[in-house]
Design a protein around this ligand. Sequence first.
Ligand code: ACO
Length: 375
Amino acid sequence: MTYAQIVGWGYAVPARTMTNFEIEKMVDTSDEWIRTRTGISERRIAGPKETTATLATRAAQNALQVADLSPSKVDLVIVATSTPDYPLPSVASIIQDSIGASRAGAFDINAACSGFIYALAVASGMIASGIYETILVIGADTLSRMIDWTDRSTCILFGDGAGALLLRKSDCPTGLRACVLGSDGSGVGSLYIPAGGSRAPLTVEHVQNRQHLIKMKGSEVYRFAIQAITQATQQAVQQAGLTVDDIDLFIPHQANIRIIQAAAKALKIPPEKVFSNVHRYGNTSTASIPIALCEAIEMGKVGVGANLALVGFGAGLAWGAAIVQWGVDATPVPVAWWKSVIRNIHSREAVVRSFALRTQRRLDALRRFNGVNGI
Ligand code: ACO
């Protein structure tokens, strides 16, 4: 059998931290309300030059560094995101170029905050079926760009970030053991952006009425979330032939500490097996699970053979749960100086390659133009 082993991991968050106290100055709220209702103390907000692609590129480069792999070995880049740099093309293509994955295909998946689980399932399936050997799976979002900063019920919740896993073909039984994906599109109005899509192409009126920004019925999503996490985890655990007791680390989507605690309680998972960093990052949408996984690894919570339950939920309404068996020693090893030099060369190479391709395209266009005009 062929398995998809996770051999690399990395994340990136903006440098800019926004505390609850700053939000107190923007809307009628308080640090105390936000902390007690959500568990969030601060979040990271993308700076003017940061985008979903720049954060995802850094996360991907970190994952390649951990795996000690050249970007030219990557067969496919899959990015789960709801906030691509442009409506067209995919942000995955931008990342394929920026990391120098010269042989790779690239596409985006949009399943909102569950997107990373969907992307992981697609990538694992492609490797297990023998289509590809090496796939970069990235979850990246900059929801701060879609937030209505005058709406206190949503602006307190979200932050920006990206997380990446590198999956490689392996004979060892490791990686994704089971997966449950679900959707209930009747809940589209619970959490959505009304304008800017094919149903309501953006107009000045939409922008004036803030219809291009996130609208959410918080308590509806809250109730859905607890039920979705609980049921999907139970189903995935069963599908993996395990019991909830066999789960070593539970990493749910980091939306609200009360949702995480209520779901863990319903599943009877003890607090020491539950990972949360929502207090520092808020809800980073589809990036929250890979960022949390990377931090859990850094903290030494993920050992060889560990069973992880990764569970996402969000707009759609959609959800996904994955049981992952960890297969590699995640103890950090110091990187040899010459490897850092090679990596530096790789990233410069990617920039030069991209520039050369753009220049070539411009020259081709100029030649065609001159030909047509007989010059
Ligand atoms: N500060 C102070 N008061 C507030 C704030 C705020 N920031 N926001 C709402 N309130 C008020 C409300 O106006 C309401 O006042 P009222 O009783 O006078 O009408 C009161 O607080 C209670 O409001 P609720 O919405 O019932 O508060 P709740 O305890 O449900 O918490 C919250 C709201 C935090 C949004 C919660 O419902 C939640 O976390 N829901 C899930 C949201 C979520 O996870 N979304 C992301 C999904 S992932 C994705 O796909 C992007």
